[in-house]
Design a protein around this ligand. Sequence first.
Ligand SMILES: [Zn+2]
Length: 138
Amino acid sequence: MSEAVSKPVPIPDALSEPFFAGARDRRLMLQHCTSCGTWSFPLRERCPTCMKPTLEWRAASGRGTLYTFTIFHQAMHPGFAAHVPYNVAQIDLDEGVRMTANVAGVDNADLRIGMRLEAVFESPGDGVFIPKFQPAAG
Ligand SMILES: [Zn+2]
């Protein structure tokens, strides 16, 4: 008799804690540079545009557009075996950064490049929440 294997769960660290704290509150937090106004993702110590250490956390809109996606038919980790086929997508957020996430709430066959999406939050366990995206309402 086999035991189900859980999905791996992110472990927040000092840099990423504000991102995960926001996700627990169902807010998509991104870093924003107070010197040049650039949003950035993935997480960094310094602004990738002006190189100053002036990044602060701000709540993003949580809205974006589907840039591309792929469908996984083989589980790359046993924790995902029960979820194949599943999508992995890249979403261009309205703030100008690209994020990789799953798109939920739509059949994989109905995914369309350019469709409008909004963030939703799901917990894979251990009290950690991560963003996914779903078709935007309205
Ligand atoms: Zn900057």
